[in-house]
Design a protein around this ligand. Structure first.
Ligand code: SF4
Ligand code: SF4
Length: 237
């Protein structure tokens, strides 16, 4: 794989050649400084995804997938992969170029020092950009309590190590169903706009598990692991 992590060796390059490789690796994480750009309306909640504490994400310092130590808000990817939703492949351009977020403004693949100085610092969480009296905050709290992300990773790890496999698959099923039902409640009862779902709840658990080689089949009412496919969990993207 082509290495464009920010630890890449310096080259003679002194300007961006607009290859788009950094944008194809995923959108930026948001910092408090970026809130003013959200207020302009050029980038909104519908363009964001929450990475929950403990979820795997690409570490831009070493370019490895690692669990995040705190909740992060990122610009979401496209449907099929993590390529930033603002990246236009055909024109190799950024549709919000004039309103780029902090990390995009600082990213210079030939000189990572400025980006490295902000990574992990002053990042925002969901509550920083939701009105304090919005009832969705209570639903987020319930989701965190009833679908704790660390349990997902613990169960996946146990399944990978062949420890209490059926018990862990059962627990994952419960968590996937709870995740479904809370999303459904927010969409149907609180009339949450579905464009905001990835920001409010992060990626659906069944999608995360599918990426890890644990496909769950079923509907909102009946989710269950596919026993024919759960033997080969792999690390996700
Ligand atoms: S910063 Fe580097 S990787 Fe990103 S578009 Fe420019 S040249 Fe390509
Ligand atoms: S916002 Fe623009 S510059 Fe930043 S990653 Fe997305 S496409 Fe690239």
């Amino acid at each position: 794989m082509k290495d464009i992590g920010v630890n890449q060796k310096r080259t003679a390059r002194i300007e961006c050649k607009r290859c788009g490789t950094c944008c194809q690796k995923g959108g930026p994480v948001l910092h408090h400084e970026d809130k003013k750009i959200l207020l302009t309306g050029h980038i909104g909640h519908k363009d964001l995804v929450t990475i929950r504490k403990g979820e795997l994400a690409r570490n831009p310092v070493n370019d490895l997938l690692e669990p995040v130590h705190q909740e992060l808000i990122k610009v979401r990817g496209k449907e099929e992969d993590w390529t930033c939703c603002f990246y236009n492949e055909r024109e190799s351009s950024c549709s919000v170029y004039g309103h780029r977020l902090l990390e995009c403004r600082l990213l210079k693949c030939w000189d990572p020092s400025e980006l490295l100085s902000v990574i992990g610092r002053d990042t925002i969480i969901r509550a920083d950009i939701i009105n304090r009296d919005d009832p969705i905050l209570e639903v987020i709290k319930t989701h965190e309590l009833e679908c704790p992300y660390d349990e997902i990773e613990t169960s996946i790890d146990n399944i990978l190590r062949e420890r209490d496999k059926s018990k862990n698959l059962e627990r994952l099923t419960q968590l996937v169903n709870k995740d479904f039902s809370l999303r459904d409640y927010a969409l149907s009862e609180l009339k949450l706009n579905e464009d905001f779902e990835l920001f409010i709840f992060g990626r659906p658990l069944f999608k995360i598990l599918s990426d890890r080689g644990l496909p769950f089949r079923g509907t909102k009412d009946m989710s269950s692991p596919d026993p024919s496919e759960h033997d080969t969990p792999t690390s996700g993207k």
